[in-house]
Design a protein around this ligand. Structure first.
Ligand SMILES: [Zn+2]
Length: 171
């Protein structure tokens, strides 16, 4: 591995660590631990976390929050060439929104299957069906991101055990 490649990997891990910090905020509030940052020219220009529960909005995934904020702040519909870093593989809705926004690449940590195993209702992108849109790169800080999901699952189990409910707050 050359020095340039090592430097690029270190930078990507740094961006993902910021996304993980945001995911932890959502987790602390009882929500799914998903955080995302938008990177342009090597710098973070927007960041967001899952807000489905606080906003009572099924579309308030971290990536959607991020795109809304970035487009609104910059008053433009295209984020062409930007890179998106998110702790969990994007769902179909978010991947589609990223494609419309012209996002070049998406780097994610945990596979969406890890989240689906908890909520049972994630819509995964089928690479055999989707032939355009951002390039997907998985497994960046993957263990750390998957561990966050396990932490959330445990919290949900404890909560449902205490409250006697079935944990309907997925998303
Ligand atoms: Zn999504």
């Amino acid at each position: 591995m050359g020095t340039a490649a090592d430097t690029a990997t270190a930078a990507r891990e740094q961006f993902m660590h910021r996304a993980i910090t945001l995911a932890r905020r959502s987790l602390a509030a009882g929500g799914p631990p998903v955080g995302a940052v938008l990177v342009r020219d090597g710098a973070i220009v927007a960041e967001a976390q899952n807000a489905v529960i606080p906003q009572t909005d099924v579309t308030a995934h971290a990536e959607m929050m991020l795109l809304r904020e970035a487009c609104r702040d910059q008053r433009r519909l295209h984020l062409s060439g930007d890179e998106l870093y998110v702790t969990v593989e994007p769902c179909m809705m978010c991947f589609g929104a990223c494609a419309y926004a012209g996002i070049a690449s998406i780097y994610f940590g945990a596979p969406i299957a890890d989240l689906a195993a908890i909520t049972g209702r994630e819509l995964a992108v089928d690479p055999g069906v989707v032939t355009k849109g951002p390039a997907l790169h998985g497994g960046l800080c993957g263990k750390e991101c998957s561990a966050l999901l396990s932490e959330w699952q445990q919290a949900r189990n404890v909560q449902s055990g205490v409250a006697g409910t079935t944990g309907k707050q997925s998303g």
